[in-house]
Design a protein around this ligand. Structure first.
Ligand SMILES: Cc1cc2nc3c(=O)[nH]c(=O)nc-3n(C[C@H](O)[C@H](O)[C@H](O)COP(=O)(O)O)c2cc1C
Length: 251
């Protein structure tokens, strides 16, 4: 799978919520597993592991069989671990979509108790996947329900660069990201939470930022730029919290 194919998937992917419960073939599962073995982390020194499950629990106490397969990410709890997890699993979400396999991020599901931790790592989030029983792709950009570029960015002439980032999925479609700075040094921040919002939104929004950062990495790559991530604190616009400065350099 090339980065160009993953980039193309951004413009048509969607969450799939209806699945054929027949498991995928061992051959396809093995291909997915070897892709997963070579993911690129956002932050190098955070230990994580990924496991494949065929059964999970819901946090809502309603037993639901959602999909035939689930990919769970477990992580060491260090600064940025939620954002790192989002960055990692979004690589799989796009890979599956590019292959015509359905997937959906699930915040309200968790592994069964006995597999809730792995080698001392904490369960973070999971992605359901399998053969779709509904269309796996959108036919046009107009089918995405998203904020406009002007609502999420102050950067001049960044429409092309940020379009694939604007289309990133997020928990309850909250789209908490904001972009300022310039095309060479992009400041990525996230909306500060109002006191009214539940604490779980804070956790999911950190994952969302990781998802958007992977889309930004692919978009920079598509334009012939290499991205490096600088987590040293910088100013963010009023109402936003600084997350990372993304430095773009021509390759
Ligand atoms: C961190 C995260 C958690 C999510 N949790 C759920 C969930 O529990 N149930 C669900 O149906 N969709 C869930 N979603 C999917 C979002 O609702 C979806 O990505 C968003 O509405 C945008 O729609 P799209 O993915 O079809 O483009 C989640 C997405 C993310 C990124």
């Amino acid at each position: 799978m090339t980065n160009q194919e993953l980039y193309n998937a951004i413009f048509k992917r969607k969450s799939v919520r209806k699945y054929d419960m027949t498991p995928l073939s061992e051959e396809i599962l093995d291909e997915i597993k070897s892709y997963v073995d070579n993911l690129m982390p956002l932050i190098d020194n955070i230990r994580y592991s990924i496991s494949f499950l065929s059964e999970v629990d819901t946090k809502l106490l309603i037993p639901v069989k959602f999909a035939p397969h689930y990919i769970c990410i477990y992580s060491e709890k260090k600064d940025g671990y939620l954002t790192n997890a989002g960055f990692l699993l979004q690589q799989i979400d796009l890979y599956l979509s590019a292959r015509g396999i359905g997937s959906c991020w699930l915040g309200f599901f968790k592994p069964k108790k006995e597999v809730n931790t792995q080698n001392g790592l904490e369960f973070v989030i999971l992605l359901a996947f399998g053969n779709p029983k509904e269309s796996v792709h959108r036919k046009s950009i107009s089918e995405f329900s998203r904020k406009s570029i002007s609502e999420i960015s102050l950067i001049k002439s960044a429409e092309k660069l940020l379009e694939p980032v604007r289309l990133a999925p997020s928990a309850i479609n909250s789209q908490p990201w904001f972009f300022s700075g310039d095309l060479n040094e992009i400041i990525v921040s996230r909306q500060k939470l109002s006191k009214l919002k539940a604490p779980f939104v804070d956790r999911y929004n950190q994952i969302d930022i990781g998802i958007a950062l992977y889309h930004l990495w692919l978009s920079l790559e598509h334009e012939g730029n290499a991205a490096t991530f600088d987590f040293n604190c910088a100013d963010a616009p009023e109402g936003y919290e600084f997350i990372v400065k993304v430095i773009a350099k021509e390759k």
